[in-house]
Design a protein around this ligand. Structure first.
Ligand SMILES: [Zn+2]
Length: 91
């Protein structure tokens, strides 16, 4: 499994060299924080684009940090549905 690093302001993936002793959050840690913190600097001052459909059952949106200017993509996966109801009967 490959490590996924967020991209820097120049669009190139950030590397551990760029973070010194502070590598970015792992993707699963980012999800564990519910995407509320920048994976690089942990700032909560984030911006997001509208979500768009990638493949069947997945959406993505671009996130950006107003603190350190990192950019990344969040991915959402369809997990099921809720609140299923029958429609109204025809009269
Ligand atoms: Zn940041």
């Amino acid at each position: 499994m490959s490590k996924i690093f967020p991209k820097g302001p120049d669009g190139k993936p950030l590397t551990t060299d760029e973070f010194g002793d502070h590598p970015p959050l792992a993707s699963y840690h980012y999800a564990a924080y519910h995407g509320l913190n920048c994976p690089v600097c942990m700032s909560e001052d984030l911006g997001f684009s509208h979500a768009r459909v990638n493949d069947l059952g997945t959406l993505s949106q671009r996130g950006s940090c107003n603190g350190c200017k990192a950019i990344w993509s969040e991915e959402y996966v369809l997990t099921g549905y809720k609140n299923l109801q029958r429609g109204p009967e025809d009269v």
